[in-house]
Structures are given as C-alpha cells and as structure tokens.
Design a binder for this molecule. Structure first.
Ligand SMILES: *Cc1c(COP(=O)(O)O)cnc(C)c1O
Length: 384
C-alpha cells in the first residue's frame, strides 16, 4: 500500500486554481483510459497525444501561439533552429532531387547540404538571392524540389523578393522554404508572401535570454506537416517541454523587446553609416540590398545588423573586440546582452568569383544606448 502511494499520489482538485502561466507537462508515456483507446491510439493523428516525443500540451501551446502569429495552420517545435531546417529538408528531398540554396544563408545549412544531403543523392546548387535571373537559370523544372532562402541573409543582410521567388519556383514545381529568424512572425509573415514553409530559430528572439535552444517549422500544407512529423518520429527527435516553457515565457515580452532592439539597431546603424569609412549593412539603410523589399514586406527591424570589413587587418579586429566594455563577444544573438562577433563568410554562387569577406555582426540587446554607442565609436576608431 505505501509503495503504491509513493507512486500514485492522491488526486488533487484543480478547482479554484487559475494561474497565468502555461504548466510544464513532462511525459514520455501517455496513458489511456481504457483498452479501446489504447488500441485505436494510431488514429490520434499527428496532433494527438500518444507518446511524449511528439509533444505535450506545453509544446502544443507554443506551437499554436507561433502558428497563429504567422497565420499558419500548424507549427512544429524542434530542439534547435538547425534541426528544424534539417528535418524539413530531409522530409522534402529524396535521392536524385535537386536543391537550390541561397548563398547568404546560415552557414551550417550549407554544410548540411554539402556534407549530409550530398551523401543521400541530393544535388545542391547555390544561387544569388538578389538576382532573380540567376535563380531562374538554375531552376530545373521537375527536378528542383526545394528552393531555400533566408531574408535578410545571415550576416550579409540582403533582403530577397519572397513573392517573386515563390511564384517563380512554384511554376517550376519546387517548394519554397524560408528562414525567418531575423524577423520573427511579428516583423514578417513569409507564408503570406507565398512561401510554403518557414523555419525559425526560437533560440534567438523568442527564447530571448541566451539560455535555450529551440526551433520551429511553420506551415499551412497539412500533408507536409504530417510528413515532417513522421520524419521526426523516425529520427527520434522531439523538443523538451521545459525548453518550450522558457520559450512561452520569452514570447510574453517578444513584442516589447523586438520594438526596442529594432529602434536601437536602426539608430546605431544610421549613426555608424555617417562614418564614410564604414560599410554598414542594415535593411533600414537605403544603401542596403533589398531595402525597398524590406519596406514592402517587413513591419520593422530587429536588432541584428553588420559591418563589412574590407581590408581591415585581423589584429585590428581583435583590438576592437578587446576594447569592448558593454558588448560581449559571442555567437548566436537575440538575448538581452548585446553581442559582437567577427564572421568570415564565403560567397560562392558564381564559381569564378569565390571570395571570403570578414563581417562584424552586431546584435543589439537591452543595455543603455549610450553605453553601446561608446563601444561602437571605439570599435570604429580601431577598425582602420
Ligand atoms: C541561429 C540561427 C539558426 C540555427 O538556430 P539554432 O537554434 O542555433 O540551431 C538558423 N538560422 C539562423 C538565421 C540563425 O541565426
């Protein structure tokens, strides 16, 4: 009796208990009220609960919230942004298929294509997302199954024409996927611009505090939704409800944080751009590739932009980083702390013009603007 009581606590009435937070439901096992429901568990479909791997009510609440922000049908939460992109690609692409990837995407996505998909018989080609003729020339009707873009691009910040790319790809029979991590659903809703599915690293702005890794796939196509859920079941990949609960908390301040870092990043980018020696890349600047597309398709800025360092010596970059008082040095972004990170980016869409450039990526956090500006002024002086 006591042993049983240790395992099965007395039922506690929930009557009279109402809180504002979403409970953390942890589960591997899901139990069934009777034999018939156990037998028919396969009919519960990808949204129902039959095993903890595919989610608990905590996961589903986050999924529903993100899906609604995008005017989507469903969202799927995964353990990281990179996992979200990889799982979607593995679902859509088969042996013999052709994949087109914009050459300004998050670099590990290029590695996934080159190192994993190539071994599965998927051929990847990179294209220039700011040149629609380049995409048109590379689309292979019937063979190109997916066109993958990121807008604005990681670190190099070009905004691409999502409605045009979507129309063009669709006429050739390819799906279009888009990484929307920079904007989140609050600043851009790519599904409304014609994209088939969206991936986001919730690690960044949704998590918002640099302490959780999560990703999402957001979509309207229910067949693709079921297929991706199936891939995840086969891979044995699912997100932790505890992590989802951090993301649910982050969501509550997302709009406020984004408005703040967006305003500050625009302000800092404009101030830096007054210095003629600096090449500032921020879609709010008229000089940035895709600025008018950003004005058309986005509702504002988030907090990430960059400086292109042409001909700056590596030790000058190191000196600049070592002079920082408020910014921290680090990768990832979207938290409360402002970050700077040098990034070496290889652009290889034109086989003949392979080149590597160093960028300094700026992620604005929640510190005082004056302190951030003092750091950036010192950095600008040292980047000679
Ligand atoms: C960080 C990031 C990812 C990957 O997210 P993780 O959760 O760190 O795996 C994907 N795309 C973009 C644009 C990112 O910035």
């Amino acid at each position: 009796m006591d042993d049983t009581l240790c395992v099965i606590p007395p039922e506690t009435p929930l009557e009279g208990f109402v809180s504002l937070s979403v409970p953390v439901y942890r589960a591997s096992t899901i139990v069934f009220p009777d034999a018939a429901s156990y037998r028919s568990r396969g009919n519960r479909g990808p949204d129902g609960y039959s095993y903890g791997l595919s989610g608990t009510p905590t996961t589903r609440t986050l999924e529903a919230q993100i899906s609604k922000i995008h005017n989507a049908e469903r969202a799927i939460i995964l353990p990281s942004g990179q996992a979200a992109i990889a799982a979607a690609m593995l679902t859509v692409l088969k042996n013999g298929d052709h994949l087109l990837v914009a050459d300004n995407v998050y670099p590990p996505v290029k590695d996934f294509a080159n190192e994993v998909l190539s071994g599965l018989g998927v051929e990847t080609e990179f294209f220039d997302p700011t040149n629609t003729a380049d995409l048109q020339a590379r689309l292979r009707p019937g063979r190109t199954k997916l066109v993958w873009v990121e807008s604005p691009g990681s670190t190099t910040m070009e905004v691409c024409d999502l409605p045009f790319i979507s129309r063009l790809s669709k006429t050739s029979g390819a799906l279009v996927g888009c990484d929307n991590t920079w904007a989140t659903g609050l600043l851009c809703k790519p599904l409304e611009l014609g994209v088939d599915f969206v991936a986001e690293a919730l690690t960044k702005y949704v998590g918002g505090h640099s302490d959780v890794l999560l990703g999402a796939i957001i979509l309207r196509n229910m067949e693709l939704y079921r297929d991706i859920r199936n891939t995840l079941g086969c891979l044995g990949v699912g997100a932790s409800p505890d992590d989802c609960s951090f993301a649910l908390r982050g969501m509550q301040t997302l709009a406020l944080r984004l408005r703040h870092v967006g305003e500050v990043s625009e302000e800092l980018a404009h101030r830096l751009a007054e210095n003629e020696r600096l090449s500032v890349l921020h879609p709010c600047l008229a000089s940035c590739l895709g600025h008018t597309l950003w004005q058309r398709d986005f509702r504002g800025s988030s907090g990430v932009f960059s400086l292109r360092l042409d001909g700056v010596a590596a030790d000058a970059v190191d000196q600049a980083l070592d002079s920082l008082k408020t910014f921290a040095i680090g990768n990832s972004w979207g938290g409360t702390r402002s970050l700077l990170a040098p990034m070496v980016i290889a652009r290889d869409h034109h086989a003949m013009s392979f080149s590597e450039t160093t960028y300094l990526r700026v992620s604005v956090g929640l510190e005082s603007v004056d302190d951030l500006w003092r750091d950036l002024q010192r950095v600008a002086d040292l980047l000679r």
